[in-house]
Design a protein. Structure first.
Lengths: 113, 110
């Protein structure tokens, strides 16, 4: 079993839709959670960085962490064609392992005009 | 401010050869991590360096090695290349705002 599971998709939505991307993780020691966006032929770009349970909002993006069910989500409101990319969730276990990010497989999102 | 710079962007090598990849982190960042990205395995952690010391290592064979210099620039080396080493190699530098990745080096082994 992978430490972080993510449905690879692909996910196709019409422009303006609300997108929900999800990951589950197995290790309760994971405390820091990230969402990255990766365009083709580019490195991952950090979108959201959260600690512990709760919600964090940044513009059209909302990250949600539920530590009780080991479930993390990223919501994209009013999706745009420019949001078409691969979205990766990532986590690490805190002090002692901060440099070692563990990634999900990534979900490929296509937003159609 | 300048981001994370990786060189070269593309590389083609023959099986059995060795290769060295370079990463310059964001100015002031002292932690550099390396990752391998393939379609089958996704992003996998290789190793992390902090102040010239390897602080963490992933589950890769000893053919994969790295180092960090006093100016925080880092290099990774892969010896005796295999076809399966073909991948996008990414480096990330860590600051207060999290981890910033470079655009990667696309290595193709033929």
């Amino acid at each position: 079993q992978k430490e972080v599971e993510q449905d690879p998709g692909p996910l196709s939505v019409p422009e303006g839709a609300i997108v929900s991307l999800n990951c589950t993780y197995s290790n309760s020691a994971f405390q820091y959670f990230m969402w990255y966006r990766q365009y083709s032929r580019k490195g991952p770009e950090l979108l959201m960085y959260t600690y512990s349970s709760g919600n964090k909002e940044d513009g059209r993006f909302t990250a949600q962490v539920d530590k009780s069910s080991k479930y993390i989500s990223l919501f994209i409101r009013d999706s745009q064609p420019s949001d078409s990319a691969t979205y990766l969730c990532a986590t690490h276990g805190g002090s002692g392992n901060t440099g070692k990010l563990i990634f999900g497989q990534g979900t490929t999102l296509q937003v159609k005009p | 401010k300048a981001g994370v710079t990786q060189t070269p962007r593309y590389l083609i090598k023959t099986r059995g050869q060795q290769v060295t990849l370079s990463c310059s982190p964001i100015s002031g960042h002292r932690s550099v991590s390396w990752y391998q990205q393939t379609p089958g395995q996704g992003l996998q952690f290789l190793f992390e360096y902090f102040s010239e010391t390897q602080r963490n290592k992933g589950n890769f064979p000893g053919r994969f090695s790295g180092r960090q210099f006093s100016n925080s620039r880092s290099e990774m080396n892969v010896s005796t290349l295999e076809l399966g080493d073909s991948a996008l190699y990414l480096c990330a530098s860590r600051g207060l705002g999290g981890y910033t990745f470079g655009s990667g080096t696309r290595l193709t082994v033929v």
